[in-house]
Write a protein of this length. Structure first.
Lengths: 288, 317, 406, 368, 368
């Protein structure tokens, strides 16, 4: 009786791990495929399939993708574009996060009439499809005289990002006790002082979430990146596109794989190291 | 009271100046509040402004650039009657349901399995979560390779010796949409898993004990007690996935390019196609507005539900 | 953003989607020739799809600062020139013998309102047929099929020999292209009327129906597992003889060249089947439009660039790199830099012009503006991938689609 | 001097009137406790005094100065919150100095003030910790410290001890009492713990439904509650309220709590007002400690006695509570620790009627 | 019959031994209360009994049946949790029937059981609500209902009332007591509220540091605590513990709590064991209620008296507590409600030494 029980427990335990590992394989396969392909030659891939172990590890895909693949006659690979993406993603991430935190603070802790309506509207922004906003943005950028500037792109990502960052931060701040604000008011702290000294230090969990979310989103974005940037100031997604299908060209699976890996590295690292905090903070903010 | 009662300090305390500061010192505070207000207004203005603008344009015959010759509901009727829009909507329904339910289901299953005090939890969680870091373009591209019968899994398995193996979903016009679903689930289910897991972890441990004493089997325990208990998280996940589903565009573009034929076209692809490929901004805007309207049909009940829930005073959460 | 001084050196800002590969290289060569003329060449490619480049262009036009020149082709030149001001190149063109040496149809596209505002850079023959030498050998065929009947006969033989006769992927534009090749090979006149002029009677006429039937025949010779794939995927298999034919624009020869495949040894190249008896040329010509600007340096750059683009040297250099054929019909292609396939196409072009059978490609946005093209494309691509649709039904849908966008 | 005066204060949130004409006049040095059931408006009153909520109507003076429109920080008040509201990201020191920092007090002065307060509250060793690293009692002390350092005219406490466990609550209560004795600042203290109210207050304001029901010193509140609400609210277990009929027996009057004369409880201290109620229904209020079971030995005080059935007894060690049935009513009696009447038996309980109260059954006001 | 027997139970979590050889034998129908400071292992013991945690060593029998390896649902127990652990998404009815559902009880039978329990607990009108829509007391009742419906051999309660406010706690306590009297099932009840322990228990087990310090009926625990820990832990305010020196005066012995003979407290009930300590240091334990201030009128019991300085008084209405200084020690005295000795004055307090205890200052055990 006792033995049978423990046996079945052992069996279900094994099944548990089997399922978990099967799923792990499902999630890892594409990554492994891309990694392996990045070491295979064009001929090797096209003659067999994209799934395959390199006959011989070749690093020239990586070298080409990183430093010598030609895009518009500039044979510098995607290296310089990585830098561009950083120059766009980092400020846009930081600013949109900060403003989202500010908005969240304003909407949740300085309750005023219509705060919920404003929040609802801002949240609705999360659902607007990107295509719909492309032309309005072009007009807006023209009116602000920011066309084809990095500043313009940052502005776009900041404003669009605010929908998400506000959503996250507000939902997080609703759980901050109102008494804290009252105490600070009695202490004589002003709007900004309360934000800076009391609310911000409480925020790392949710700030990590918004930073990761925003950074990933902005880094991976390409529609706006291509449309509102120019020449060598293009983000890395634009460079990646240069590698993928063109009517008159065959696909360079190897180089494409290497480039995808290089371009995805920053966000992958962010998830690798920040994933734990991301999840923790997200639950704190999303449940509401 | 009158002037006579100006702060006479209490017995034991020394006289102190009236702590009234000049109105000037309030200015920086006022200013920051105004700035904060402006920022919030900008966020609102962006949503309202861009939406209204799109609605406006949807009633015009704008082509390559916005123009303001109004044509009423013409684009709406044409779209509703057009084959591609009907196909796209049907696809969105299949994809949306498949993706949302699939990702939620897989996420939930994984969360529950991981919750069983297993070894290597951190590693597994990271593996399940990492696809979130990738863009839909990359996801689409890589899955296009894998699912492609000529260079992907099919070819691979045949290469292993099983020469009759077939896996042609991607090129089957009835099944291709499920490839999109699979790729999307691959990307987002880890995210759902992580949220569910955190939710399960936040539950009162006594709940498990109570269920154990009641004699609930694990399946019953999770389905009847734990999942309903984290319902707010489930709803959040559903909403986040819904927003992803509605906005999905690059995935299809990279995975199937809407094909075979128009079999995997989604409304966002139609919006993009009309606005930019065909240069029919008016019709494209109408498509976008209809997409948003259908979103409202889903979201409004949710908002009302939220309001009711809060109104009933279910406490926190 | 600051106005450049009038005395500044000539400069050209240009956007295109040609960022890499042979097209990128051709663009670089173009740039070099322009630079030699003392013009500063500022090319910013918008890699990706054509629409992405167009979005960029649109944003720049909205911003009131379009590039001095941009890639644009077909009827889009007319459409886009309506929303952004262009410069008048009449003087520059008239100063040369350029106009006399190009196709009149092509010329018309580049001067939509009578004035030259754009210049074609290259021409691709869309109706190019590539045949696998190995597959041909296997069924004992030596020559490319001339007519659709011959094609069908050869294909039937190949199918019987276990070869997939048609290597076709099946992305929207490629499906559209197969239809137009079928129709153009049945009747170039019907194509002109039905597709280029959207004549309802022709659309509902017998030639179009015949084309749909031929297309259905073609789809039966395709591997259904190939839907949604880029054509280049099949090249290795085609060369190995697993496939028989590939119909694809001349750009495919550039890719074959890169893959070290040789014409005559690995593949045969020629025009797609043609029942009309006279040469047909289905044209895909990329052009460059010149946007108006106040900047003297850009104006000077535009003028110099236009001169380069019309020159014979450019025509040779550009097309040798990317496998297209020169716009000018007076170029000698005997030069070793050209492939036989290009020479054949060039000959084909002159013949077709003479026979008034040079037509514009629908699949490549040469025949119609994009809304029309897209509406037709939706019908065609669905037809290719859904064999439950009968040719009659498809013809009706196509004509109806034309009704809504005409 | 009046430390705080509130006149005709009304507060409305939307359509709900939370405070309905509240008047309070508090002398300097007093320790005022606000008690009342949850939701009666205690916190709201405190918040309005602090300037954290706006009054709809009425006038507030702090230290003799009208404060309408004066922001919280300039009202010369300090406030301690139920949740302590310590700034989680600051050290204890930071928490205490934050207010001074906001007011631009010099660093040296800040440090001196912190040192003084920390010494007073014996939290010197905690100054560099963060709130999360403190126990409940320590947090409470820090919250006090933050208030104390302001040296204000008026302290406001909103249930400062309700988050502590019973034992700590008793200790902190004493500490607050000592503190008040030492510094003598006026305090307004919200609680719904009766013992806290009774032991700390110089005067207690009992609130209910946005009104102040009674505002008096603890003894008066306890012995002469203004109405049944106050009577029942203060004291644990609460005052027993028995429906009774007032009868006259000679010059004395008695309350008949049962059907017959045997249940008549004589009321020796009857006032004239009470006499006017003879023959009518009243509610007799008797505190549990006034109903005892004489052990016949030491406790031999004479007085009326009442036969009652013992329904349940609860020995707590220090005393024994009994739930007894008198007529229709269940009544709590508080007995010596060793009293052990058998459950179900009928015993004769001694009733001390010196402090018995009578209430009008309709208006529930006390018949003075 | 023994309802529960625990023998030599040890529980170790990792390297920490949370329970160190616990023995308990409980008769059927008993109401056992486990008390002890936080972290002493009360919940762990309960969980092990319920089968929710594994014992490292030892043997448990429930209703005479060995239960090692038996899963919780088959142990014939029911448990009520501190947080109630109600299933949030189910209605009250669903919460109550869930266990039966899991055991496959027929629908009709389920409904009958719900009806019975709901009637018993007076929650019929709540059956279709969800836990979130219930007040604390109602939730508590539902949690009880869920346990009751099982009709088990043994009820386990883990601080079931600690989430309620004081007033409700008193009510629910009485309800639980009534319930036990009615259904008579054996109950093991964890709390750290002494009053609950004293009033509910037939026997109390006082735990500390993984050991049971004393297991006896409430009166014994209160009057004859096994050691200083138990003495201090039970009773609020706790027993006063004064360092004293035992002196003999004639045949009687007395405890000298101050420097001179005037502070000698005679101990009339001295046992032989106590006499052995004459001349040595002891700790004298006196409950606050044994130190009173005679008012010279009714309360005239004779007995020793002790002069002491009044340091603070706390009138709570029903009684007045005084903190007085006797020699070096601060001592709590519990006086009549109207006693009002002036703070700072010296008064002569009456001491009832009948229940005084002596403790060994080293081992802290009571000197029997
Ligand atoms: N900002 C607000 N808007 C609307 N109603 C409010 C607001 N603040 C408080 N209330 C309501 O006013 C009433 C009084 O609230 P208040 O917090 O003053 O009660 P309280 O006496 O402090 O109660 P507790 O003892 O529970 O703290 C409550 O019914 C509450 O719901
Ligand atoms: N699963 C566990 N792993 C490790 N230590 C544990 C575990 N459960 C409890 N402990 C430790 O065992 C000790 C006893 O815990 P237990 O919950 O039984 O105390 P308790 O007496 O119920 O306290 P409280 O009154 O606070 O509820 C505590 O020190 C606790 O930290
Ligand atoms: Mg309150
Ligand atoms: Mg516990």
């Amino acid at each position: 009786m006792v033995e049978a029980r423990s046996l079945s427990a052992l069996g279900s335990r094994a099944l548990l791990y089997a399922i978990l590992i099967a799923f792990a394989a499902f999630y890892l396969t594409p990554l492994i495929v891309v990694i392996l392909n990045s070491f295979r030659s064009f001929q090797e891939i096209t003659q067999t399939s994209v799934l395959g172990f390199p006959q011989q590890f070749r690093f020239d895909n990586w070298a080409q993708a990183w430093g010598s693949y030609c895009i518009a006659g500039i044979c510098s690979g995607i290296k310089p574009y990585m830098w561009n993406s950083l120059m766009i993603a980092i400020p846009a991430t930081l600013i949109s996060t900060l403003l989202g935190a500010m908005n969240g603070y304003l909407l949740s802790l300085w309750r005023f009439k219509g705060a919920n309506l404003i929040f609802g509207i801002i949240t609705f922004g999360v659902f607007l499809p990107a295509q719909m906003k492309l032309v309005p943005w072009a007009i807006t950028l023209r009116n602000l005289d920011l066309s084809n500037t990095v500043t313009g792109l940052i502005l776009i990502h900041v404003v669009q990002g605010m929908s998400f960052t506000t959503l996250f931060c507000r939902n997080y701040y609703v759980n901050v006790p109102q008494d804290l604000i009252k105490a600070a008011k009695v202490d004589g702290a002003g709007f900004l002082q309360i934000f800076r000294r009391i609310i911000l230090p409480l925020s790392p969990p949710i700030l990590i979430v918004t930073v990761i979310w925003q950074f990933t989103g902005i880094w991976n974005e390409f529609l706006y990146g291509i449309t509102f940037s120019e020449g060598s100031a293009r983000p890395v997604t634009a460079a990646l596109m240069a590698l993928s299908a063109n009517i008159a060209q065959a696909r360079e699976y190897g180089i494409e794989s290497a480039s995808v890996l290089i371009a995805a590295l920053p966000t992958l690292l962010v998830y690798l190291f920040g994933g734990k905090y991301f999840v923790r903070g997200l639950t704190a903010g999303a449940v509401k | 009271m009158s002037e006579t009662a100006i702060t006479m300090p209490g017995q034991a305390r020394p006289a102190r100046p009236v702590p009234r500061r000049s109105w000037l010192s309030e200015i920086p505070d006022l200013l920051t509040r105004i700035v904060a207000g402006v920022i919030a207004t900008a966020a609102v203005g962006y949503v309202v402004g861009f939406t209204l603008w799109t609605v406006l344009i949807s009633f015009t015959d704008s082509t390559l650039l916005p123009e303001y010759n109004f044509v009423g509901f013409k684009h709406y009727w044409q779209l509703l009657n057009s084959r591609i829009w009907q196909v796209a909507y049907l696809n969105l329904t299949i994809y949306g349901l498949g993706f949302i339910l699939g990702a939620t289901g897989v996420g939930l299953l994984l969360a529950i399995l991981i919750d069983q005090k297993i070894r290597g939890e951190n590693v597994l969680r990271t593996i399940y979560l990492y696809p979130m870091a990738l863009s839909f373009v990359v996801t689409g591209t890589v899955w296009a390779w894998l699912l492609n019968p000529t260079i992907g899994v099919e070819q691979f398995v045949r290469g292993l010796g099983w020469t009759q193996f077939k896996f042609g979903w991607l090129v089957d016009r009835d099944l291709a949409i499920y490839c999109v679903v699979i790729a999307a689930i691959w990307q987002a289910s880890g995210f759902a898993m992580a949220l569910f897991l955190a939710g399960l972890r936040s539950l009162d441990g006594d709940l498990y004990k109570a269920a154990a004493i009641d004699g609930a089997s694990p399946a019953r325990m999770y389905l009847r007690i734990m999942v309903p208990a984290i319902w707010p998280i489930v709803v959040s996940v559903l909403v986040i996935l819904l927003q992803t589903a509605i906005k999905t565009y690059d995935l299809v573009r990279a995975l199937t390019a809407g094909g075979p034929g128009i079999a995997t076209t989604l409304p966002t692809n139609v919006v993009y196609d009309y606005m930019f490929q065909r240069g029919l901004m008016g019709a494209g805007s109408a498509a976008a507005v209809m997409l948003l309207l259908s979103l409202l049909i889903v979201l409004l009940p949710y908002a009302i539900f939220q309001r009711l829930r809060r109104g009933k005073g279910g406490g926190h959460g | 953003l600051a106005q450049a001084p009038a005395t500044a050196e000539p400069r050209l800002t240009v956007i295109s989607q040609w960022s890499a590969g042979s097209e990128g290289a051709a663009m670089d060569a173009f740039g070099k020739m322009v630079t030699e003329k003392g013009v500063k060449w500022e090319h910013s490619p918008v890699s990706g799809f054509t629409t992405d480049m167009m979005n960029k262009l649109r944003a720049d036009i909205i911003a009131g600062r379009p590039p001095a020149a941009s890639q644009l082709k077909g009827p889009e030149i007319k459409a886009w020139s309506a929303i952004g001001a262009t410069i008048n190149l009449n003087d520059v063109v008239k100063a040369t013998d350029y106009e006399k040496n190009i196709s009149a149809d092509l010329a018309k596209i580049h001067k939509p309102k009578g004035d030259w505002i754009a210049l074609p850079l290259q021409i691709y023959r869309v109706n190019t047929l590539f045949a696998s030498k190995k597959a041909m050998d296997k069924i004992g065929a030596t020559e490319l099929p001339k007519t659709w009947d011959e094609f069908n006969a050869l294909s039937a033989k190949m199918a019987a020999a276990g070869i997939t006769p048609v290597a076709h992927g099946g992305i929207g534009w490629a499906d559209t292209m197969y239809f137009e090749l079928a129709l153009a090979g049945i009747s170039a006149d019907a194509y002109r009327k039905a597709i280029m002029e959207l004549d309802d009677k022709s659309l509902r006429g017998p030639e179009v129906l015949a084309a749909f039937k031929q297309l259905r025949q073609l789809t039966k010779w395709m591997n259904p597992a190939n839907a949604g794939q880029h054509w280049s995927v099949f090249l290795p298999a085609l060369m190995k003889g697993e496939y028989g034919f590939l119909m694809m624009g001349g750009w495919a020869s550039g890719v074959l060249k890169k893959g070290n495949f040789e014409e005559g040894k690995d593949f045969l190249c020629g025009a797609t089947p043609n029942n009309t008896g006279k040469p047909v040329f289905d044209m895909n010509a990329d052009g460059m439009i010149f946007w108006d600007t106040k900047n003297a340096d850009l104006l000077a750059g535009q003028k110099a660039t236009a001169q380069v683009a019309m020159s014979k040297e450019f025509a040779k250099a550009f097309t040798q790199i990317n496998g297209s054929i020169p716009v000018r019909t007076d170029i000698d292609l005997s030069d070793a830099g050209f492939q036989d396939c290009q020479r054949d196409a060039a000959k084909n072009l002159s013949g077709a012009i003479a026979a008034n059978q040079a037509i514009m490609s629908l699949g490549h946005n040469m025949a119609q503006t994009s809304p029309v093209t897209a509406a037709l494309r939706d019908v065609l691509t669905e037809y290719v991938h859904n064999d439950k649709i009968t040719p009659e039904e498809a013809q009706k849908r196509l004509a109806d689609a034309a009704d809504t966008v005409r | 001097m009046s430390a705080l005066s509130v006149e005709g204060l009304r507060v409305r949130f939307g359509s709900v009137e939370v405070l309905k004409s509240v008047d309070l006049a508090i002398e300097s040095g007093e320790f005022i406790v606000l008690v009342g059931p949850s939701g009666c408006g205690k916190s709201t009153l405190l918040n309005v005094i602090a300037g954290l909520e706006q009054a709809t109507e009425g006038r507030i003076e702090i230290g003799g100065r009208e404060v309408t429109g004066v922001p919280p920080k300039d009202r010369d008040i300090a406030m301690v919150f139920q949740t302590y509201a310590l700034y989680p990201a600051m050290t204890v020191r930071g928490n205490i100095t934050f207010g001074m920092e906001c007011r631009g007090v010099a660093k040296a002065e800040q440090q001196a003030a912190v040192a003084r307060v920390a010494k007073l509250l014996q939290i010197e060793h905690l100054l560099d910790r963060r709130p999360a690293q403190l126990s409940g009692g320590q947090r409470q002390r820090v919250a006090m410290g933050r208030a104390l350092v302001r040296d204000p005219v008026l302290f406001l406490f909103d249930e400062p001890l309700s988050n502590l466990d019973a034992k700590l609550r008793v200790e902190m209560r004493m500490e607050i009492k000592r503190l008040h004795q030492r510094i003598g600042t006026t305090m307004v203290y919200v609680t719904h713990d009766q013992v806290e109210a009774m032991t700390l207050a110089t005067r207690i304001a009992v609130m209910n439904g946005g009104h102040i029901q009674q505002f008096a010193d603890p003894q008066t509140i306890y012995d002469e509650p203004a109405n049944l609400f106050v009577a029942r609210f203060m004291g644990s277990p609460p005052m027993n309220a028995l429906p009774a009929k007032l009868v006259a027996s000679g010059s004395e009057i008695a309350a008949m709590v049962g059907p017959d004369a045997a249940t008549a409880v004589p009321l020796p201290n009857a006032t004239a007002a009470m006499k006017g109620w003879v023959g009518r229904e009243v509610v007799l209020g008797i505190r549990p400690e006034c109903i005892t079971l004489p052990d016949g030995k030491q406790d031999t005080r004479p007085g009326p006695s009442l036969p009652a059935t013992v329904e349940m007894i609860e020995p707590t060690g220090a005393e024994t509570m009994a739930l007894i049935r008198v007529g229709q009513s269940e009544v709590m009696a508080r007995m010596r620790p060793d009293a052990r009447p058998a459950v179900g038996s009928t015993a004769s309980f001694a009733i001390d009627t010196a402090k018995a109260c009578l209430f009008d059954p309709k208006t529930e006001s006390r018949i003075a």
